[in-house]
Design a protein around this ligand. Structure first.
Ligand code: FMN
Length: 175
């Protein structure tokens, strides 16, 4: 685009002056535990919607697309999210059940990415998620397209920005 647009982009501020420290050697062995810790710290730092993340999917030809989503839970099944099976991402997940999440918490210079295979949870679990959505009245508003999914991580990477640019990356490869 124009030179002035590129100048504007380059001049934008990046991370706050004070960033949290992160010592991978002291990190918990369980990535879910570290995620909970970072989420709690993001909440304490006033990060709005730290449960929001991008979800990348790809169609049957490997053409990617991404959008924002809300993380619903993490348990032994995996990292939970929900959407309509009839949506673009729903159709892509049917054709190609692999995906990646990315969380970004600007105030702390942190991102967390998760990638793996995607599995559909039961109709009962999906209906329960639909009913539990904020603003849902819990009544007869079932949505039969609504699907709760989990990503079963093949890799999880925690990234901490540093002002000396020696950014810290801590990787888990559960499977
Ligand atoms: C912060 C944020 C959270 C969102 N959470 C969800 C969600 O949990 N589930 C969902 O289906 N769409 C959610 N959306 C909307 C999606 O980003 C997207 O626009 C929609 O699901 C259609 O995506 P698709 O056409 O790629 O399938 C959210 C959007 C934002 C900005």
């Amino acid at each position: 685009m124009s030179e002035s647009f590129s100048q504007l982009l380059r001049a934008l501020p990046d991370f706050p002056e004070v960033l949290p420290d992160f010592d991978p050697a002291a990190a918990p062995a369980d990535p879910a535990e570290l995620f909970r810790l970072w989420l709690d710290e993001a909440l304490a730092a006033g990060v709005p919607q730290p449960n929001a993340c991008s979800l990348a999917t790809a169609d049957e030809h490997g053409r990617p697309s991404s959008r924002m989503l809300i993380l619903k839970d993490i348990d032994d099944d995996g990292w939970h999210f929900a959407t309509s099976r009839e949506s673009r991402k729903g159709k892509e997940l049917t054709a190609n059940p692999h995906a990646a999440l990315n969380f970004f918490w600007q105030q702390q210079g942190r991102q967390v990415r998760v990638a793996g295979d995607v599995v559909e949870l039961s109709a009962e679990a999906s209906a329960a998620d639909w009913r539990a959505r904020p603003g849902a009245n819990g009544g007869n508003n079932e949505n039969t397209d609504w699907q709760l999914y989990v990503i079963r991580p093949r890799e999880i990477e925690f990234w901490q920005a540093r002002h000396d640019r020696r950014h810290i990356r801590h990787r888990y490869a559960p499977r």
